[in-house]
Design a binder for this molecule. Structure first.
Ligand SMILES: [Zn+2]
Ligand SMILES: [Zn+2]
Length: 374
């Protein structure tokens, strides 16, 4: 299989294969009872392809026919044991598909056959955090799809209706799936960082989220310098709009490279997707006066370990950002629909090869985002 990057530009709205052939309210649903699911078992490092029962429709839920599910760096945290699973769990938290069944008594504008992206936090909508724009940290969540509830690496997934977002017309399933994590995360971290017109922005790590951060920062009017670990990824960063791209092979000279690129000013906002101790230290040394380092990525072994005085003398800040709110996903999809954000789908991979897709991330070989398709 070739793993070539491809800039995914849909030419026409993409529809479910059987959309238009089903009477709304009288679905001609093929009676599927057993389906394939890629599950991680406790203590194991490879997902098993199991035959499992198709989820049943419950009150307030919809059953989504999964069309695309993104493969995220978070998957590596599961298979490496950083995020343990208690029971066999279907991974995949970046999901887009068609509504195949929906609670007929639910109050919603969504209907059968609608194309949707999934907000993976099954938030309650009523706790303090949900009421205060922090639903990514809902304290009463029913779960998080692909984290502790069965996710999208299966043929059908049960999703609370309140977690569904309509896919806009110009956004493909693959794009929608990627926005359900990477795009949403980029919008959310940009809101937290307050990235604004004229800022000098660094994006450390040119993977799925990094490519989105570059584009969202450009929408804010920033000048963006990407920091990549290969010439190929630096080229990808420029392809999506980075003004400059530094190839970092040796962290001992990175601060010098950034200083040169910013005429000694440093970076007003840095998005860190890599999550390594050496990288964080280089980023802290590269923050401008009153600049912000936003930590998004992390790794199993790496700790944040630095003396604060250098940062203190610059009044620099360290922020963290986790996933996003539903409205971040909606905005991210709107930008995609308007053609302001491109999604680089590195490869479309069948469910059976999900372990290969995860290994490619571990080997840092993915140029963009791999997507499981069916
Ligand atoms: Zn993700
Ligand atoms: Zn809540």
């Amino acid at each position: 299989m070739e793993y070539l990057p491809a800039l995914w530009k849909p030419k026409a709205p993409r529809r479910g294969l059987w959309q238009g052939r089903v009477d709304i309210g009288k679905p001609n649903i093929e009676e599927v009872k057993i389906m394939k699911a890629a599950r991680l078992y406790p203590g194991e490092s490879k997902l098993r392809i199991d035959e499992v029962e198709k989820p049943k429709l419950e009150k307030g839920y919809a059953i989504i026919k999964v069309r695309a599910a993104g493969v995220c760096a978070t998957e590596t945290h599961f298979v490496e044991g950083l995020i343990p699973v208690g029971n066999p769990l279907v991974l995949g938290h970046e999901i887009a598909g068609d509504i195949e069944q929906i609670d007929p008594n639910a109050k919603t504008d969504l209907k059968l056959c609608d194309r949707v992206a999934v907000y993976n936090m099954m938030s309650c909508g009523s706790c303090f955090n949900c009421r205060n724009d922090m639903e990514n940290m809902c304290t009463q969540a029913a779960g998080q799809l692909g984290f502790n509830a069965d996710g999208g690496f299966q043929e059908y997934v049960a999703v609370p209706i309140r977690s569904l977002v309509s896919l806009p017309q110009n956004v493909s399933y693959e794009e929608g799936a990627v926005h359900a994590c990477s795009g949403m995360t980029a919008v959310h971290s940009t809101r937290l960082a307050g990235t604004k017109l004229g800022d000098l922005v660094g994006v450390h790590g040119v993977g799925g989220v990094g490519l989105m951060c570059i584009q969202v920062a450009k929408i804010c009017g920033a000048k963006v310098i990407a920091i990549a670990d290969s010439e190929e990824k630096a080229a990808l960063a420029k392809e999506v709009g980075a003004d400059e791209a530094i190839v970092c092979i040796d962290y001992s000279i990175l601060v010098e490279q950034i200083n040169k690129a910013t005429n000694g000013a440093g970076l007003d906002v840095i998005y860190d997707l890599v999550g390594s101790t050496v990288g964080w230290n280089a980023m802290i040394d590269s923050v401008a006066c009153r600049g912000r380092l936003v930590i998004i990525g992390y790794r199993k072994e790496d700790l944040l370990n630095f003396h604060p005085v250098g940062l203190l003398l610059k009044e620099g800040q360290i922020l963290t950002s986790v996933a996003g709110c539903k409205r971040d996903l909606e905005l991210s999809l709107r930008y995609a629909n308007e053609g302001r954000i491109s999604t680089i789908v590195a490869d479309r991979i069948p469910l059976e090869k999900v372990n290969e897709a995860i290994q490619l991330i571990i080997d840092r070989k993915v140029k963009g985002r791999s997507v499981i398709v069916s």
